[in-house]
Design a protein around this ligand. Structure first.
Ligand SMILES: Nc1ncnc2c1ncn2[C@@H]1O[C@H](COP(=O)(O)OP(=O)(O)OP(=O)(O)O)[C@@H](O)[C@H]1O
Length: 294
């Protein structure tokens, strides 16, 4: 049995002179929830199109469960939710779910009914009457109800309200419990942080990092607050310490790298309370790209 759900080797896509994807090497293990992040134009959708066989690579290769991406057989293993869901306008939600069930890799009808309830989807309406969020719900219900081993989700929750976002997270967890793999492309960093085992960060077509959210946090700055009595600890020239701010008996600073030098400096003062806050994925993302790139 294949242990990788998605594998790419030097996957490259060029549009004229633009290098949209530059030698991507990636392995997503079967059963993982994998986040695929990057600012606009980083090459995320290009990667997905290559994985689905909707575009041909300029160089390199990609496999879905060891089947060449683009091979019709690869489609039997996956369900896809595009960023812009287009549905047949004259068909009702229920008819569309039936149509997708007939063409997809098998469907769990009982679970599909449960998802329709959970996502509060009125399947009696024709698709032309659906809002963006409702179209997205139809595609999500259809994908989550399949037994496809791989779910490829491109910005699947951009139109969903916070309640539905919770249902989405729940459905991803159920998929993981069933052993399905989720490849999730998203700008909702809190969502990625909540559901993903690992994340890949892409920038200008190149892979910047692949790591667990925990590992990323450890690599990035932590925010430290220390309350003290007596003279303020001297943190000038302490390795890794930056953005020091003092407000009366409270000192806050950011810390990069090992905490030992900062702790030694704090030990010299009478510290009464210490809080250490790990960065959110959003802060890590901004560290990589800077505010201007968002
Ligand atoms: N068919 C195309 N022809 C020419 N250039 C393209 C084409 N498709 C994508 N590009 C370019 O390739 C680069 C990567 O685009 P892509 O859509 O993969 O980015 P993305 O990471 O999905 O961005 P977003 O978050 O905005 O969806 C961009 O510079 C884009 O303009």
């Amino acid at each position: 049995m294949a242990t990788s759900a998605v594998r790419t080797h030097h996957l490259t896509k060029r549009y004229g002179t633009l290098l949209a994807l530059d030698g991507l090497d990636l392995t997503v293990s079967a059963g993982e929830v994998f986040g695929f992040l990057g600012p606009n134009g980083a090459g995320k959708s290009t990667t997905i199109r290559l994985l689905l066989g909707l575009a041909r690579p300029t160089a390199g290769r990609a496999w879905i469960f060891d089947v060449e991406a683009g091979d019709v057989a690869a489609h039997r293993s996956l369900a896809y939710v595009p960023a812009d869901v287009a549905l047949w306008p004259q068909l009702t939600g229920a008819e569309i779910l039936e149509l997708l069930a007939a063409t997809g890799p098998g469907v769990d009808r009982a679970y599909r009914d449960e998802l329709v309830e959970r996502f509060a989807l009125d399947v009696s309406k024709p698709a032309r009457a659906y809002s963006t969020g409702n179209r997205q719900k139809v595609a999500l219900v259809a994908a989550f109800a399949t037994r496809a081993p791989l779910l490829v989700l491109d910005e699947p929750t951009s139109g969903l309200d916070p309640l539905m976002e919770q249902e989405f997270r729940r459905a991803v967890t159920v998929a993981r419990d069933r052993g399905q793999t989720t490849f999730l492309c998203s700008h909702q960093l809190a969502e990625v942080e909540a559901v993903c085992d690992r994340v890949a960060i892409l920038r200008a077509g190149r892979l910047v990092d692949v790591a667990t959210v925990g590992d990323l946090r450890r690599l990035h700055r932590t925010e430290v607050t220390a309350r003290f009595t007596g003279p303020a600890p001297d943190l000038s020239d302490v390795a890794g310490v930056g953005s020091v701010a003092r407000d009366g008996g409270t000192l806050s600073f950011s810390l990069n790298g090992p905490p030992a030098p900062a702790l030694r400096a704090l030990a010299a003062a009478d510290v009464t309370a210490l809080t250490v806050r790990e960065p959110s994925l959003e802060e890590i993302f901004l560290d990589y790209y800077g505010e201007a790139d968002r």
